[in-house]
Design a protein around this ligand. Structure first.
Ligand code: GLU
Length: 513
């Protein structure tokens, strides 16, 4: 047990949570809980241009549905509050001053046009990726090129400026990633990143490093799209004198599209017809807005599925409860390559988790679905039905779809193709005999019903394989369903007899027999 473990999920409220972010949340959470540590939720709302109203509430609701409760966060509070970056601007101002005083950050007064001109100039000089860096900054309007009095005058006079990171000219930055090992980057490819914008709001890099340090984050587990930002973060830790306290970094490989051709996107989700978000995102401008919750996925099934998309327990166990995942999880067993998102596997997990729950839970669900169609049924009757159909169910709503034939009167539509293909006089006679025999049966159980059916089959010299599909259709209206004998027993004598009669009459009309 290491009580000092502290991780964070730090979303920007710019839209719905991508399902890949849900996996990031999960890995952070499992790692923290495994080590008796803390999981922090920090809202990184510094980018006002990309801010989307409702996105923060959406994130909180998604976490609630997933059953992942942060130990510290905007709702829970905690020793490092506030947990929303927009409420921490004073902290960032103090910290940026430290970097300015030490010469690790500098003021820059260039307009958008100045920067554009610089890029054009560099492109003309055949520089492939023009940067604002230790070389190009020499021709720009900043603290390095302007006299100190001018800088002071412009600042005092309210001229807009940004504060940039002073990235050293040519230096190798080395950092360690738990998944990739040591990574080396040359600073000549880096930009003097803006740390604070002209409105006094910090950028992601600056605020995130300051907060990770102040909140005593020990492990940063995030998507690999943040790997290129690492050298900037490493420099910030160094400039603040925090290198020794730098967290361990874990950059997770991407979730890939079902055919493995790139990062899983909303477009893929749309194309393959599965949700891209944990819960519904009610914004009309998005084509894909379905949520796993609304589609009928259980949060525990979704988490179980996601846990194994990039992590392996080292054995062939697939089904896990949240407790078991916490126990088994380790960073060492995270994969190095992207994992394909396979929705059929997600469905399988849902089926398995549905089966694990007691039929009483599904009976409630069934009763509510039936009520929507004006059908009243009671728990006592519904529990055995849920138990019977549970192997055929992928989503909770399937319980009603699979079991509703118990409650509707005799089926009205039969699959006429099957009837035409299978029908013959023998079948009619077997069904008629069987129905008459059933109507006088006093012991309604598997043994007796089965022996009556066999007797009728033998008497008419036919086979069970011939009779079963038609018998199933007679009592359920369709050709596939749960175990037939169980179905007959649950339906009860009166319904079975009435349905066989209705079926025979229906066939008489349809087939003129
Ligand atoms: N705010 C960043 C995001 O939107 C957080 C990245 C990180 O975890 O450092 O994903």
């Amino acid at each position: 047990m290491n009580n000092a473990i502290k991780v964070r999920f730090a979303p920007s409220p710019t839209g719905a949570l991508h399902i890949g972010s849900v996996r990031t949340i999960l890995y952070n959470y499992l790692f923290a809980k495994k080590h008796g540590g803390q999981f922090i939720l920090r809202i990184e709302d510094t980018d006002q241009k990309r801010f989307v109203p409702g996105a923060e509430e959406y994130i909180l609701e998604s976490l609630r549905w997933l059953g992942i409760v942060p130990d510290e966060g905007p709702e829970q509070g905690g020793p490092y509050a506030p947990y929303k970056q927009s409420e921490r601007t004073d902290i960032y101002k103090q910290h940026i001053q430290r970097l300015l005083d030490a010469g690790h950050a500098y003021y820059a007064f260039d307009s958008q046009e100045d920067i554009e001109e610089m890029r054009i100039r560099l492109k003309e000089a055949k520089v492939t990726s023009p940067q604002y860096n230790s070389i190009s900054r020499e021709w720009m309007k900043n603290q390095f090129t302007l006299p100190p009095e001018q800088v002071k005058e412009w600042i005092d006079g309210g001229k807009p400026y940004v504060i940039r990171l002073n990235v050293p000219h040519k230096e190798h930055i080395r950092f360690h990633d738990v998944i990739r090992g040591w990574v080396k980057v040359d600073t000549s490819v880096l930009d003097d990143k803006v740390l604070m914008k002209s409105d006094g709001i910090p950028t992601y890099h600056f605020a995130s490093v300051v907060d990770d340090y102040l909140m005593q984050i020990t492990h940063v587990i995030r998507g690999e799209e943040w790997l290129p930002s690492m050298p900037i973060h490493v420099l910030l830790y160094r400039y603040f004198g925090w290198s020794e306290q730098m967290p361990k970094f874990v950059h997770l490989p991407l979730l890939l599209s079902p055919n493995g051709t790139g990062k899983l996107s909303k477009r893929h989700a749309d194309e393959y017809g599965f949700p891209a978000f944990p819960i519904i995102w009610n914004r009309p401008e998005l084509t894909v807005k379905k949520g796993f919750r609304e589609q009928g996925y259980l949060p525990e099934a979704l988490l179980n599925f996601l846990a194994l998309l990039g992590w392996s327990p080292g054995n062939d166990q697939e089904l896990f409860t949240q407790k078991e995942l916490i126990k088994a999880f380790s960073l060492e067993r995270l994969g190095k390559s992207g994992a394909k998102f396979d929705i059929t596997k997600a469905n399988w997990f849902n089926q398995q988790h549905i089966k694990k729950q007691s039929p009483t839970v599904w009976a409630e669900y069934f009763i509510a679905e039936a009520a929507k169609e004006g059908i009243t049924c009671n728990q006592e009757n519904v529990i055995p039905i849920c138990d019977l159909v549970k192997d055929r169910v992928t989503f909770p709503q399937d319980f009603w779809l699979e079991g509703k034939f118990f409650f509707v009167m005799a089926p009205i539509n039969y699959d006429s193709d099957t009837i035409k293909k299978r029908w013959n006089v023998q079948i009619k006679e077997v069904l008629t005999d069987f129905m008459h025999a059933l109507s006088t049966l006093t012991e309604w159980d598997h043994k007796h019903v089965k022996s009556l059916l066999q007797a009728s089959i033998i008497a008419h010299n036919t086979s069970i394989g011939h009779i079963m599909p038609i018998l199933r259709m007679a009592v359920t209206g369709v050709t596939a369903g749960p175990e037939l004998m169980d179905t007959l027993i649950l339906l009860g004598k009166d319904k079975v007899c009435a349905r066989i009669i209705a079926f025979l009459n229906g066939c008489k009309i349809k087939l003129f027999i």
